[in-house]
Design a protein around this ligand. Structure first.
Ligand code: GLP
Length: 248
């Protein structure tokens, strides 16, 4: 099912497989344009997309050699080799299975000695390309995008943030305990995300049905960071049925 709310186009798909296929179509259109800059996300939401990209690559339908990537965020501090790092996640879920050029992959460096310097380096990199061609996004239960948590103002560039207890709690499912979850992260800011020429947000599951409805219909406020997407000109949401149930 395809819906439109303002400038937000929404696809509601039957299951995770269809959701992955739909997201892959949106992604493939941009990838096919030649050398492209793509913003990537971690978390469980984009995994069906990554699975489909791998399938399409193996079937000889997609070529990633012209793709430069910019990941949204990374825990801080964290070793790249840590199996909970987003660096590890991206290799495991996508990069190791497709023909990416390893020199073209950018992720905020969770090992950087000086986080402020690392934020500046990453920000300069994004600004130097004038924003990515396509930004893939997930969404947190509280409306966070990347690691931009509810706040009094919208963030601009890449910054070091304190994770909220609810995000630490939500992400602790991947760690052996709450205490092991890093309490800070490096994240692209809202301005970096809004600079993307096109945005693809993927979400699934009933637990996110409320925040998705709030994102699309609610007040535009930094207390719900995802609500800022109402102001972007080219946004596609790909949802599963449970997640999209408040939109129909
Ligand atoms: C983390 C990531 C976000 C992601 C969110 C939702 O906090 N930093 O980029 O969107 O989790 O994760 P999931 O897709 O697993 O629900």
């Amino acid at each position: 099912m395809e819906l439109k709310f303002g400038s937000i186009r929404v696809f509601i798909e039957e299951n995770a497989l269809d959701l992955g296929k739909r997201a892959m179509e949106v992604f493939a259109k941009v990838l096919g344009r030649g050398p492209v800059n793509i913003g990537l996300a971690t978390g469980s939401s984009p995994v069906p997309l990554y699975d489909e990209l791998i399938n399409a690559y193996k079937a000889g339908k997609l070529d990633f050699s012209n793709m430069t990537t910019f990941n949204l965020d990374e825990y801080y501090p964290i070793k790249k080799s840590d199996n909970q790092s987003y660096d590890y996640f991206m290799k495991d879920k996508l990069f190791n299975h497709i023909n990416v050029n390893m020199d073209k992959l950018n992720i905020p460096n969770g090992e950087a000695a000086d986080p402020a310097e690392e934020c500046k380096r990453y920000d300069d990199l994004i600004n130097s390309i004038g924003g990515v061609d396509l930004q893939v996004l997930g969404i947190g239960l509280n409306g966070h995008i990347a690691f931009n948590e509810p706040a009094k103002t919208f963030s601009r560039g890449t910054n070091l943030i304190d994770l909220t207890p609810s995000t630490i709690e939500a992400n602790s499912r991947f760690f052996s305990s709450y205490d092991e979850v890093p309490k800070r992260a490096l994240t692209m800011g809202i301005k970096n995300i809004m600079q993307a020429k096109e945005i693809l947000l993927i979400a699934s599951g009933e637990a996110k049905a409320d925040i998705i409805a709030q994102t699309i219909f609610g007040e535009i406020t930094p207390e719900v960071p995802s609500s800022v997407l109402q102001l972007h000109q080219n946004v596609t949401f790909v949802l599963d049925k449970a997640c999209g149930k408040k939109l129909v």
